[in-house]
Design a protein around this ligand. Sequence first.
Ligand code: ZN
Ligand code: ZN
Length: 207
Amino acid sequence: MCGASGEQLCRPCRDGLPRLRPPLCERCGAPTAWPVARCRECSGRRLAFSSARAAVVYDDSVRRLVSAWKERGLRRLAAEAADLVAATVPAPSVAALAYVPADRARALSRGHHPAESLACGLGERWSLPVLPLVQRERSVPRQRGQTLADRRRNVAGAFAPAAEPPPTVALVDDVYTSGATAAAAASALRSGGARRVEIVTFARVVR
Ligand SMILES: [Zn+2]
Ligand SMILES: [Zn+2]
């Protein structure tokens, strides 16, 4: 964000965001040279979701945008993020949207939850109900700087179903980093009875 239009994203900044476009890995959504069913990042991994899609690459400009959205709770940015996702990611064919729930300790200090506000924005744009289907079982240590194995260990069992989910659900989060959080939350939905879970995020780390 350059600040040219206050708290909004100005046109050049919005147009300059690194959109994720096909070809992508069909499963994890990583950009690939041609369409593939599995890629180097996800092959051999057991993932509870069937696909993951995001609007933009999590680069430095997007990192600044997401932290402004998170830390300051800018409502306008939640709407911008929902617009970008709806313009980039095909609407999932699912019965409902859910979101990765806030970590209570961190949510309280912030009083705002990006995944939930993004899910609500997408629910309006895609005409899908947004349901609180996942809950936190425990707080997860900050994941920054951890290896993939550490991240998986950290989030395993961190979520539980909060209500009986419909057979198909798209789970919304702000950023897809290693897929460990998405997989753990999707796994809670699957254990609650969902047959297929798709992941939709605003941004995705690209290795
Ligand atoms: Zn700008
Ligand atoms: Zn993949």
